[in-house]
Design a protein around this ligand. Structure first.
Ligand code: MN
Length: 291
């Protein structure tokens, strides 16, 4: 059976910000350990609009990976971190056994444009201590009319500092001219090309903004034909070894792990720490298998 290659987004409105969700969808659950993929914005806020205001919520079993394209977001977490993320920076928050955070547009910022991803932690790292790292300086270069930023992993001669628990690639590409590019791939990786703007032609199929091209393992290169000013994010990784369960902001391999996290968060367990914030604390919904 031929695998369906084009993944289309579920479009949502999150507090006035257009969000295109590419993972998980009915067509695909994950690409490597990348198990959640939202393209948020671009959105511009009018004077008096609050922008993004996400109250305190927990995570387990995953890393949140924020790739900022425009605007600023204030991050606060239960480890005491509080900082602004700006254009061309990555925030990597490792939830492990439990962390909580808030995300909000600061009063001085009037726009947001970001790619929000989650990375499923391998079984060996499920229970690691929570951690947060901000990466303000990532490898950036231009070659043959393409501007690159490497957000995680290795590509060509470049290597990103971003911590990994499983082999991953995150590569931001802006094609300055209409052109064809041959891109070298790892045969043990599966890949997704997310079009943020413009269009890409890959193996005879055209992908427009908020469409994701899926490439299974086994390919060592691919030819892409980009329209002028196309903006693309290439994601890759070794396919997950086992199925995962995603419920609300939790990732696990067993329902009991999710049930425990829901109960702990809603009981104000110290497992998830606390945050100095005036934003509303979110309530964890009970999963359907326990309702
Ligand atoms: Mn979160």
């Amino acid at each position: 059976m031929k695998k369906k290659k084009k993944i289309t987004a579920n479009i949502k409105d999150v507090g006035g910000i257009p969000v295109a969700r590419l993972l998980p969808t009915a067509q695909r659950r994950s690409i490597g350990a990348w198990c959640f993929l939202d393209h948020a914005g671009p959105a511009v806020f009018a004077e008096g609009e609050a922008g993004l205001q996400v109250g305190a919520h927990p995570h387990i079993g995953l890393q949140t990976f924020t790739w900022m394209l425009a605007g600023e977001v204030l991050h606060k977490d239960s480890l005491g971190n509080e900082l602004l993320i700006r254009k061309h920076q990555v925030n990597l928050m490792t939830a492990g056994r439990g962390i909580s955070h808030t995300e909000q547009t600061p009063a001085h910022s009037r726009e947001v444009h970001a790619v929000q991803l989650w990375i499923a932690l391998p079984e060996s790292a499920r229970e690691v201590a929570p951690a947060f790292v901000h990466y303000p300086d990532l490898p950036m270069w231009s070659e043959q009319g393409v501007d690159y930023v490497l957000t995680t992993g290795q590509f060509g001669a470049y290597s990103a500092p971003t911590q990994q628990y499983s082999p991953l690639l995150g590569l931001d590409m802006i094609f300055k001219t209409e052109q064809a590019q041959r891109i070298t791939l790892r045969a043990d990786f599966e890949y997704g090309f997310l079009v943020l703007k413009g269009s890409l032609l890959i193996e005879g199929v055209r992908y427009e903004a908020d469409e994701l091209a899926y490439l299974p393992t086994g390919q060592t290169e691919v030819m892409v034909q980009a329209s002028v000013d196309s903006h693309v994010m290439l994601l890759g990784g070794v396919p997950l070894a086992r199925e995962i369960i995603i419920w609300w902001n939790f990732v696990g391999t067993q329902r009991t792990q999710i049930d425990q996290a829901v109960a702990d968060w809603n009981a104000l367990s110290p497992r998830f720490g606390s945050i100095d914030t005036e934003l509303k604390r979110l309530v964890a919904p009970v999963p359907p298998w326990s309702a």
